[in-house]
Design a protein around this ligand. Structure first.
Ligand code: ATP
Length: 380
């Protein structure tokens, strides 16, 4: 027999997970186990282990869902789990298969005891959109620790649990998880963390169009975060709040008690909302992290020497798919491999557009363009 284990956080389980399992060509002799973890050492979970276990049972009604790691408690180290199942079923590396996606493959060398891991199971690796280096990641791991890897030709669906948790705050999770899981999420009130932000959009006068744009910016920013390894929680908070000041004018901003500097007043009126957003995020949403606040503040104008988070929000706002600006494709492509070059192209397009239409230009956008033009020539 072969034992195929699909481990993960499943926070929540979604159609991407289900499709991976459905694509397997297993025989009657094979056994498949779904294995939700307890506390993954390399990430945190929003739902409790018990809720994730229950949701896995709803998502995979025909398969065994094991509570081994959850019952064991403590950090879930895969090498210990594999040791357990090897002994339990008298298996070796060839007939114990462990499924991982390309994002997990990228991190595999950071998991506990990678050399032991490599001797315990054969890893079946699935490609995922936005993770283009999977073959290289396998080679790197093998050069360091050896191991058996099978790279599937199948590319997983373009969804993740993180995106579903965000979509839930916009009442848009239903299409991505089985009905039973969706009902469970609703009934238990799971994944409501970001509603603390989305519930307040109307208070700040955001239109439905602006809310749709905000969701699209968040999902686009998350995809860039996967490529560049940025902190997804910070990306989500900055993206959800980037346009929170969009519908305010100076009068309303004063009425809300926002602290407004001369620099904000001197900005072209169309850019002031980003400064308002900075103040609102601080005052009304308790955001203290300057990196998040600055990603909100500079998302329209850009600035010289932006952090990775600032660049991600700036670009996601510029080219999220609901934008109809011409010439975006090249910038989207460039952003996948060279974020600084993409920032330079976006700044150049913005400046050309403003000049052609005789619109006022914020000096900081000119200095940002000059900065990235110069730095990209030198090769940052
Ligand atoms: P998160 O967004 O919280 O990281 P996730 O969608 O990656 O969640 P996990 O529970 O971490 O879900 O996934 C379990 C395993 O399934 C991981 O190895 C992951 O790489 C893989 N996986 C998840 N979604 C997909 C997908 N859409 N395509 C391919 N592999 C996937």
């Amino acid at each position: 027999m072969r034992l195929i284990i699909f481990g993960g956080t499943f926070d929540p389980p979604h159609y991407g997970h289900i499709e991976l399992i459905s694509s397997l060509n297993f025989s009657n002799d094979d056994k498949v186990i779904i294995l939700p973890n307890y506390i993954p050492p390399h990430k945190s979970a929003d739902a409790s282990p018990e809720d994730r276990l229950n949701m896995c049972r709803l998502a995979f009604p025909d398969l065994e869902v094991s509570d081994y790691e959850i019952k064991k408690g403590g950090p879930s180290y895969t090498y210990q789990t594999l040791q357990f199942f090897q002994k339990e079923y008298f298996l070796n590396r060839d007939n114990l298969i462990y499924i991982i996606g390309a994002d997990s493959m990228k991190d595999l060398k950071t998991w506990g005891h990678p050399r032991k891991l490599s001797r315990l199971a054969t890893f079946l690796v699935f490609r995922r959109p936005h993770y283009n280096n999977v073959a290289q990641d396998i080679k790197e791991f093998q050069d360091l620790y050896g191991g058996n890897f099978i790279l599937s030709d199948i590319i997983g669906q373009d969804i993740s649990s993180t995106e579903i948790r965000v979509r839930n705050a916009f009442d848009q999770a239903r299409d991505y998880v089985p009905e039973g899981v969706f009902e469970y999420i609703k009934q238990k009130g799971l994944y409501n963390k970001y509603r603390a932000i989305t519930d307040k959009y109307s208070q700040f006068g955001l239109s439905q169009k602006r809310i749709d744009h905000t969701l699209s910016v968040t999902l686009t920013a998350l995809k860039l975060a996967y490529v560049y390894g940025a902190d997804s929680e910070k990306v989500i908070l900055a993206a959800l709040l980037h346009d929170i000041g969009k519908n305010l004018n100076l009068k309303r901003a004063y009425e809300l008690g926002l602290s407004i500097s001369y620099q904000t007043i001197e900005l072209p009126a169309i850019c002031r909302h980003a400064d308002f957003g900075y103040e609102i995020a601080k005052t009304f949403f308790g955001i203290k992290d300057e990196e998040i606040l600055n990603a909100i503040k500079y998302h329209t104008t850009g600035r010289p020497g932006m952090t990775l988070l600032e660049k991600i929000i700036f670009l996601a706002d510029y080219f999220e798919p609901t934008r109809a600006t011409p010439g975006l494709d090249k910038i989207v492509q460039t952003a996948r491999t060279n974020i600084d070059q993409a920032v330079e192209l976006a700044l150049k397009n913005t400046l050309n557009f403003l000049k052609q239409n005789n619109y006022e230009i914020a000096p900081i956008t000119i200095s940002a363009y000059e900065y990235y033009q110069k730095e990209n020539k030198i090769g940052i």
